[in-house]
Design a protein around this ligand. Structure first.
Ligand code: MCA
Length: 451
């Protein structure tokens, strides 16, 4: 695949966008691109025209690789290569001798809606992927005898950095599925008999729905369940322990830093806490003036280490704002216990994490406000048993217009990823605002998921 990409004229530093569901070509393209020093830019397969256009404009790639089926979602303007055709050519191509040697050079740019504004490209060096893989393989004791069931999307670093790079470094046996499907999960566990599983809390909530006998059989063969990308409710951890006989190991990461903090493999896996800093990671809790606070005191979590990204792609302003005296500002609120365990308590921004996917309300609010029948909109989160949080839209009709929720939902579905679509459109006379005009989301009427 590396010689195919070279044959296409790609050079070190060029960007290559990948808009693919999980498949073997995804892995081949990741390995080929990074070996050539081409910057790998994965695009969420659930993204649609607006979201893809934003990344194509920002990353300015040489091409985007996708399938014939998904090509229809890709806006015109950038060469489209079909993954299957690249794979066929690669099968008979001579191996490439090229290998980059600068570990601090960018290996990938991963778009994240982060803590503020439209998504930005987090620049991840080869070293960051290497440090992360070494940390999780050693700390979670992944061996070549292990069998890893990976159902996470590879367009996010949970699946790509922890899943694929953890598999490659450990030499374990990997089963990769196109996506997580709760109707097939039991079969996958019973047939493949994995020993390690990486998941988001939504997956664990789904696994709680299995028969006790099936769960027990799965638990007997499993060695380690890891959870991340969103908070794992302590009650889910407890129910899971009763049903599967395993205490899920919760860890905390970000697209900008990969894994930062993890509950120990041996030692207390504390419900509700994300654990202890990984080797090489410094973590501190600071006050509004960025000064360290004592234990048991809430503040913003700052991180430093060789796992931290190189900045945001072509966004020197956002990169500058993301650091303070060499410390990365996570935007997460945390507290450290005297024995060193960190617990996350919320976020500085109104980011919504649904099923492990980040949703930035501003993006949906701006889309809705562009619609002629909407004067203004606010998007807030509502609790959801399966996904943790889901977005809910509160809209004020334009003068003389009436709001048709189904039409708003159809408009959202046509232009953005399915997980971002508000679960309800609550019509309001006006939105609660402070004297300065800032919308007060905590005053919006709570919306309950209908049973
Ligand atoms: C969902 N859909 C997909 C995928 N996931 N289609 C293709 N590929 C996928 N990977 C489709 C579903 O089929 C469904 O389609 C629609 O999207 C809505 O899905 P959803 O509402 O998400 O519900 P679900 O189908 O039950 O999906 C639950 C899920 C998904 C599979 C757990 O939420 C998921 O994959 N979450 C993982 C996100 C992730 O990897 N986060 C890591 C970010 P239809 O509507 O047609 O039926 S990295 C990170 O956060 C940091 C670094 C960290 O610490 O990990």
């Amino acid at each position: 695949m590396a010689s195919v990409l070279e044959g296409k004229g790609l050079l070190p530093g060029d960007r290559l966008c990948i808009y693919l569901p999980n498949c073997l070509e995804f892995i081949d393209l990741f390995l080929a691109a990074t070996r050539l020093g081409i910057i790998f830019v994965p695009v969420n397969i659930l993204y649609r025209d607006r979201e893809i256009r934003h990344i194509l404009t920002d990353a300015d790639p040489a091409a985007i690789v996708t399938t014939a089926e998904y090509a229809e979602h890709v806006p015109a303007g950038v060469p489209i290569w079909i993954a299957g055709e690249l794979g066929e050519t690669a099968a008979t191509a001579p191996p490439s001798a090229t290998r980059v040697s600068d570990p601090d050079a960018p290996a990938a740019v991963v778009y994240t809606s982060g803590t503020t504004g439209a998504s930005k490209g987090a620049i991840l060096s080869h070293n960051v992927f290497g440090v992360n893989a070494v940390n999780i393989v050693s700390c979670w004791r992944i061996k070549s005898e292990d069998r890893l069931l990976l159902t996470l999307p590879l367009f996010h670093v949970h699946g790509l950095a922890n899943g694929i790079c953890g598999w490659l470094l450990s030499g374990c046996r990997l089963m990769l599925t196109e996506r997580f499907d709760h109707t097939q999960a039991a079969g996958w566990f019973l047939d493949f008999q994995p020993t390690v599983f990486f998941g988001v809390p939504t997956m664990y909530v789904r696994l709680l729905e299995l028969e006790a006998s099936t769960a027990g059989e799965i638990g007997e063969r499993m060695r380690l369940f890891v959870s991340g990308s969103a908070p794992l409710p302590a009650q889910v951890l407890e129910e899971f322990r009763r049903l599967y006989g395993h205490t899920i190991l919760e860890r905390y990461g970000m697209s900008e830093t990969l894994m930062n903090i993890s509950n120990p493999y041996a030692g207390e896996r504390r419900p509700g806490a994300v654990g202890l800093p990984l080797p090489g990671v410094s973590a501190r809790v600071v006050d509004a003036e960025c000064r360290p606070v004592p234990d048991n005191t809430t503040g913003e979590l700052f991180l430093r280490g060789s796992n931290v990204f190189s900045g945001y792609w072509r966004r020197p302003d956002a990169t500058e704002a993301a650091f303070h005296e060499g410390w990365f500002r996570t935007g997460d609120i945390a507290v450290r216990s005297p024995d060193g365990y960190f617990t996350l308590q919320g976020r500085r921004s109104d980011l919504i994490i649904s099923g492990g996917f980040n949703i930035y309300p501003r993006e949906i609010e701006e889309f809705l406000a562009e619609l002629p029948e909407v004067a203004e909109a606010a998007v807030a989160s509502a609790p959801d048993k399966r996904r943790g949080e889901v977005p809910v839209a509160y809209v004020v009709a334009a003068p003389g217009a009436s709001i048709d929720a189904a039409a708003l939902e159809a408009a959202c579905r046509a232009h953005m990823a399915s997980f971002k679509i508000p679960r309800a459109f609550v019509v309001m006379e006006k939105l609660p605002r402070t004297a300065l005009g800032k919308i007060q989301k905590h005053l919006l009427p709570r919306w309950q998921q209908p049973e």
